[in-house]
Design a protein around this ligand. Structure first.
Ligand code: BGN
Length: 287
């Protein structure tokens, strides 16, 4: 389990209140590092105040939220290194209590991004009282410090403007890339669907869960803030598109029957590295 600073000292701190009101680009524009650094270098730079498992708690103030940053992952080590090299300084500047969870899918089945997110949620909740969940692709890097990684009273689509798509939103209900949910909103959607194997559709399904199950609308930060760089590396192979995605999405199946509680997986191990917690699983399909 994760440690917390002594209660007495902690309670006397002012509340963390990071915000940027300044209009000076140099204050909020992130200089993204695309150099491939070793874990050692990244640890030296950003690991100083990390608790085991990539858990950071600001020293100078008291946080109101505890963020679990859940990354779905398989075989993309270059992306992972770049992600860690950029996301740690970003979140530390925002004065957040955060933990980086890497959810690794074992085996050769089609990738199941959404089921991995549910695993991240379930395993994170066993470790620390998280109340904010951000589900994140490993190849997206935030470019603006005003894009604050906190949860509000509506689910938020974070990756609105991505360089690969010329910083334009592809369609108005797009809910892929990076999303943020308070604990109660996530539970209220029943979690991500588990039946999407391979690329596509799972994020659209989650969008429908927000609207139809949770009965809320999604929110977004302004386009000029919610900007991301999608990194390209040599070890990247996209999964195969799921040929059944339209059928499942439009079948209007009962969301109560699929979601967090339907996530079938074998947990192989959890490792608390300096820069992240690795949760290694095999996902199993319902017979
Ligand atoms: C959409 C995909 C999303 C993906 C975005 C952006 C589908 C479902 C079709 C019914 N949706 O087309 O999953 O995030 O593109 O790439 O394929």
């Amino acid at each position: 389990n994760f440690t917390k600073p002594s209660v007495d000292i902690y309670n006397s701190l002012p509340i963390c209140n990071f915000s940027i009101l300044n209009n000076d680009t140099s204050v909020y524009k992130v200089i993204i590092s695309q150099t491939l650094h070793s874990y050692d270098i990244i640890e030296q730079r950003y690991g100083k105040n990390l608790y085991p498992g990539g858990h950071y708690i600001p020293q100078e103030c008291r946080t109101e939220q505890r963020l679990a940053l859940i990354i779905c992952y398989r075989n993309r080590e270059q992306h992972l290194k770049m992600f860690l090299d950029n996301i740690h300084p970003f979140l530390q500047k925002q004065q957040l209590d955060y933990t980086i969870f890497i959810i690794n899918q074992n085996g050769n089945d089609q990738f199941n991004r959404a089921a991995l997110f549910n695993v991240g949620y379930l395993e994170a909740m066993k470790l620390y009282p998280y109340d904010c969940f951000i589900f994140h692709d490993v190849d997206l890097l935030p470019e603006d410090l005003r894009n604050i990684y906190k949860c509000g009273d509506q689910p938020r689509h974070m990756s609105v403007a991505v360089d690969k798509f010329n910083y334009k939103l592809l369609y108005s209900t797009l809910f892929g890339g990076v999303t943020a949910f308070s604990l109660s909103d996530f539970v209220g959607t029943h979690g991500y669907p588990t039946v999407y194997w391979g690329w596509g559709g799972e994020d659209d399904d989650m969008y429908l869960r927000v609207v139809k199950k949770l009965k809320k609308s999604i929110t977004r930060y302004p386009m000029e803030i919610a900007r991301y760089k999608m990194v390209r590396t040599h070890d990247h192979t996209s999964g195969k598109a799921n040929p059944h995605r339209h059928t499942i999405l439009y079948s209007k199946y009962d969301y109560n029957l699929d979601g967090i509680n339907a996530t079938n997986y074998t947990l192989h191990n959890i490792e608390f590295y300096k820069l992240f917690t690795l949760i290694n699983v095999t996902l199993t399909e319902e017979p």
